[in-house]
Design a protein around this ligand. Sequence first.
Ligand SMILES: Cc1cc2nc3c(=O)[nH]c(=O)nc-3n(C[C@H](O)[C@H](O)[C@H](O)COP(=O)(O)O)c2cc1C
Length: 345
Amino acid sequence: MDNLIVDRSNRLAPASYKLCGVTISPPVVLAPMADITNGSFRRIARKIGGAGLVVTELISTAALHFGSKRTHEMFDITDDQHPVAVQLFGSDAHHMAEAARIAAAAGADIIDINMGCWVPKVCKTGAGAAMMRDEDTACRVTEAIVKAVPLPVTVKMRAGWDYGHFATAGLAVRLQNVGVMGIALHARYAVQGHTGSADWRLIAAIKDAVTIPVVGNGDIKCANDGLRMFQETGCDGVMVGRAAIGNPWLLREIAALLTTGVVPPPPTPQQRVQTALEHLEDLAATIGEPRAVRHLRGQLPHYARGLRNAARLRELMHSAETLGDAAVAFKVLEPFATDEAADEA
Ligand SMILES: Cc1cc2nc3c(=O)[nH]c(=O)nc-3n(C[C@H](O)[C@H](O)[C@H](O)COP(=O)(O)O)c2cc1C
């Protein structure tokens, strides 16, 4: 792929943004993703570079309150991840404040509150995106966290609950007034789930409404999308979710495009395979081999997207039980070729 040169004369992207004492530089954030952004993936993303901030998966404050060991393990914050935000969900102010203190003791630099999760299991407890329908509770819970910890507190939210009901700007102002230091907006309505497209105009609208940093999120698929989001919305940072699964290099590509105007060359197939196996080894060292292999069976093949025999790799990974099985499965990609090359052959 040719390197992409862009006109930097109308550069609108800042080099960093600040959440109280924490500087996010470059202003590129790895989105929180349940079952994906565990400690292993955050370490991988950090090692590759480009992320100014990484965020944990959403963590249940009720489970922490009841002493769940598995939930506590989800922090997995190591020295090589900072700055790192811990994302909490819940609707009970006491549990949320208690969880924020636990997260701070576990090494969090920032506490992020989930007001965007739309899945019924979370929303029926009044947590996640359901908070946008009960602004008083949202503000009470947020204020409890702000008072509980000396860390910056941020909120990740949707555009509102239902189409056309753009709730976020009003709520964001109220949250800013109770001490929130930054907002990340996934520019879809909760009822959309992940369907349809993100409406980036809503990011611009929330940016106009508040004075704290606003991070835009939704449908960044390539480095140019990241730059375009800055230019079209005036946001302070961009957040990347699904497109980083199996492609953590995207964060580095966005960061490079913002600062130099050039997208670095993509990783080689060998680098992709090596990183996939490192990812697995790291998780195995963290939670044990059998659990790690089961956990990453579906995710690791994303590292092979576009390569010949990726479908065969997916099949083999489906029944992999050990690190050795995974290493053998990845051998089907050799000698490496892209699908295009396979078509031409
Ligand atoms: C598998 C998966 C898990 C997710 N888990 C979370 C989560 O734990 N907390 C959260 O705030 N958002 C979560 N999200 C939403 C993402 O953070 C992000 O807002 C969304 O995917 C849109 O960004 P994208 O288009 O870059 O993927 C999740 C998304 C996916 C695909």
